[in-house]
Design a protein around this ligand. Structure first.
Ligand code: ZN
Length: 247
């Protein structure tokens, strides 16, 4: 079984299409770690595409906020403006689907899905100390998380915690990680629609459970066309600029 792991799509249809085109024929099942919408200009298109595509989806903080399930007092003004714009533009059907997404952790097809931290879906996991809960508490050796928009992750075996540097070079479409037996992994596929790790290419992962590998992908897409749609929608300028910066 090869699982396509998508996270933090953030209503960016051009990035999602580029990711799906590169991944075509390379996966058997698709899962989604949340933040389908928020920030980007295509909330309906991305939600309508991911609904039939993902066999398992969990919610992200933006999905929750847009659906009215979460207070946006902790959101910065720019993120809040995007939440309000998104809510106003989503169809009733897509809004309902987002509102009904389950929270993580969700065991699915031999892996576990979380949006943020294992014990708190809204917490950002940046440090090994934060990663430890997920590495120890998850019901599977392979757990995928999102939320930080940073591709990579952590592994753990016999009190040895490692930070994994698995970022593909600018000239490469993916970097592969070998999954070792009796070792636990907490992995971030990167963000499809709004990368923040310095590489503006769309990020995602494909894990092959049979062959014990995880490929961390980065694919270029037409960023300028997305920025043009965002300007036309009068979405906040910092959100527009960060797509090309990848930060
Ligand atoms: Zn996000």
């Amino acid at each position: 079984m090869r699982i396509l792991v998508l996270s933090d799509l953030h209503a960016n249809l051009t990035a999602l299409d580029a990711a799906l085109q590169s991944a075509e024929g390379r996966w058997d099942q698709c899962v989604c770690l949340g933040d389908v919408v928020g920030y980007g200009p295509d909330p309906n298109e991305v939600t309508s595409k991911i609904r039939p595509l993902a066999a398992h989806s969990i919610r992200g903080n933006h999905d929750k906020a847009v659906a009215g399930l979460m207070d946006t007092v902790d959101f910065n003004p720019v993120a809040k403006a995007a939440v309000d714009w998104t809510r106003a533009h989503l169809s009733a059907e897509n809004l309902k689907w987002l509102a009904n997404l389950p929270p993580g952790p969700l065991p699915a097809s031999g892996i576990v899905l979380v949006h943020g931290a294992f014990q708190d879906e809204d917490e950002y996991v940046f440090t090994p100390a934060q990663a430890l809960d997920g590495l120890l508490d998850s019901s599977a050796d392979l757990t995928f998380f999102g939320h930080t928009h940073h591709q990579g992750g952590f592994s753990y075996q016999q009190s040895n915690l490692e930070i994994l540097h698995v970022h593909p070079r600018a000239s490469e479409p993916f970097a592969a990680l070998r999954v070792e037996p009796n070792r636990r992994y907490l992995l971030n596929p990167g963000s499809v629609g709004q990368p923040r790790d310095g590489d503006p290419r769309a990020g995602f992962a494909i894990t092959d459970l049979e062959h014990h590998t995880v490929e961390f992908w980065r694919v270029p897409y037409d960023i300028a066309s997305v920025q043009a749609r965002m300007r036309a929608a009068a979405l906040p300028e910092p959100l527009i600029q960060r797509l090309s910066a990848g930060r």
